[in-house]
Ligand binder design. Structure first.
Ligand code: BES
Ligand code: ZN
Ligand code: ZN
Length: 485
């Protein structure tokens, strides 16, 4: 559950307050006594960080804009300071807070609110009794002084979208099979006014989605394929943008079984699928005037009796043959089918997002999303800018055709692994074979789930990619449409 968020016209005395002090250092009227004002002035001069006092308001927390910071760096600093504010609220058991900043820079209050929302996340689904009580969220209510409806709605929607992705990543296979995952996507997205269709095993087999079927063969549970459509009346694009997300609900590696220390985190392997569902939710709630369709192929990957085997040759949805030399390179097989399924929509742009390779994770750790593609400089740098703005930063990898040569098979059209080097890139190049549209690929293997809290990203599922793509679509619809086509 996302904190309740609302607008308020004035500050009530029984309210805790977080106030942003702008670059000029003007202390706003917070009904402070002379002693309190003196204390604050001294603290402002003496030390960094937030300042908390008990005064007229229940708790007055002052957050300040650091000197010299502006734009994305300033906003990120405020999101991070919000984490300290959440700690204070939680220490003092203050479940409701008002945010103001009469002298703050434009965008600062929004960054602070975003930080509060994202830092309030807790995954308590499996806690019971007192333990569950102890996982109360702080704050539970955020009021923005003179906030606009548009502003409030965007915060709410974006937080709901990020929390959906985090929840799905945190849920283990015992509570999230492919069918469970697709029905959650269905509920979440239908509720936002999207049209959702879920293809079942029979339909997937009838379509001959050879990649998805092969990966699913070791499983006891059927695969699913979700199609989520947003078709607003006044869309600015005729040919849709397609999002494709990897929905491997658990990746054992299959017959190429993953060892201990690698297998444990693989409940997160559907993160890409969760991200695209979340982004569609955001797009629909925000009524972004673009035709956008998301595809989520889902299954677990297991070494069952009937599991596909290393060396197998499979025929993909588009008729191409793939020699499967490693059953642990399964994500690309299910994504490939989704990419070629997308061709029927004649897309203007295709973006895939997936926890695809250990290589992306070891290259960038949890600090950057690996970005690659052939969609051209304009779109790629728009995405990069979106990443800077929301601090879900991307790092671009080369996408030269030389890397595609590493995927040549002796006996089939392609093999599914490119050798030990450049693993993130060869995975992206593999996917490129299955779409004719301008293509962007995001590898979130390093960022989707983290082992230690990182400011407003609690340990576990991060929702990495949701804000990146939300901001990207905001920007695309807002004066960058010429970059499509
Ligand atoms: N799901 C994994 C990638 C992964 C690794 C995600 C670490 C998150 C954290 C993917 O299916 C996989 O196993 N990839 C293999 C590919 C290899 C066999 C070519 C990898 O990266 O090791
Ligand atoms: Zn794998
Ligand atoms: Zn995987």
């Amino acid at each position: 559950m996302v904190p309740h968020i609302k607008s308020i016209a004035g500050i009530a005395p029984d309210q805790s307050v977080i106030c942003i002090i702008g670059q000029e250092g003007v202390i706003p009227d917070l009904k402070l006594s002379v002693t309190e004002t003196e204390y604050i002035k001294r603290s402002l001069a003496d030390r960094e960080g937030i300042i908390t006092i008990n005064s007229y308001y229940k708790l007055t927390i002052l957050v300040r804009e650091k000197k010299g910071l502006q734009g994305p760096a300033l906003f990120e600093d405020l999101r991070r300071q919000a984490v300290k504010a959440v700690e204070e609220l939680s220490f003092h058991k203050q479940s409701s807070v008002l945010v103001c900043g009469p002298h703050a820079s434009e965008g600062s209050a929004d960054a602070l609110v975003e930080g509060l929302l994202l830092a309030s996340y807790k995954f308590s689904r499996f806690k019971t009794g007192q333990d569950k009580q102890d996982m109360r969220r702080y704050p539970e209510t955020i009021a923005i002084l003179n906030g606009t409806t548009k502003q409030i709605n965007r915060h709410k929607t974006l937080a709901e979208a990020v929390f959906f992705a985090r929840d799905r990543v945190n849920e283990p296979l015992s509570h999230l099979t492919a069918e469970g995952f697709s029905s959650m996507i269905n509920d979440f997205c239908s509720g936002a006014g999207l049209s959702v269709t879920t293809l079942n095993r029979k339909q997937i087999e009838a379509l001959k989605m050879g990649g998805l079927i092969a990966v699913n063969r070791g499983s006891n549970d059927p695969p699913t394929f979700s199609v989520i459509e947003w078709k607003p009346a006044k869309a600015q694009n005729s040919k849709p943008v397609i999002l494709v997300g990897k929905g491997v609900v658990f990746d054992t590696g299959g017959l190429n079984l993953k060892p201990t220390n690698y297998i444990e985190d693989m409940k997160a392997d559907m993160a890409g699928g969760a991200v695209v569902a979340s982004v569609m939710y955001y797009i629909a709630k925000q009524k972004i005037p673009l035709n956008i369709i998301a595809l989520v192929p889902a299954t677990d990957n297991r070494p069952g009796q009937n599991a596909f085997a290393p060396g197998d040759v499979i025929e993909m949805y588009n008729g191409k043959t793939v020699e499967v030399l490693n059953t642990d390179a399964e994500g690309r097989l299910i994504l490939a089918d989704a990419l070629s399924y997308a061709e029927k929509y004649m897309p203007s742009l295709v973006i895939s997002i997936a926890t695809l390779t250990g290589s992306a994770s070891s290259t960038f750790g949890s600090k950057a999303i690996a970005l690659m593609g052939n969609a051209g400089k304009d779109l790629m740098s728009l995405l990069e800018q979106a990443g800077e703005l929301c601090h879900e930063r991307t790092a671009t990898l080369p996408f030269w055709d030389e890397y595609a040569e590493m995927l040549k098979s002796d006996i089939a059209d392609l093999k599914n692994i490119g050798g030990k080097d450049a693993g993130a890139i060869t995975a992206g190049k593999f996917l490129e074979n299955f779409t004719g549209a301008p293509f962007i690929h995001l590898d979130i293997a390093g960022t989707a789930m983290i082992k230690e809290a990182d400011y407003y990203r609690p340990k576990g599922g991060t929702g990495s990619g949701v804000r990146l793509l939300a901001v990207f679509f905001d920007m695309l619809a807002d004066g960058n449409m010429d970059k499509l086509n």
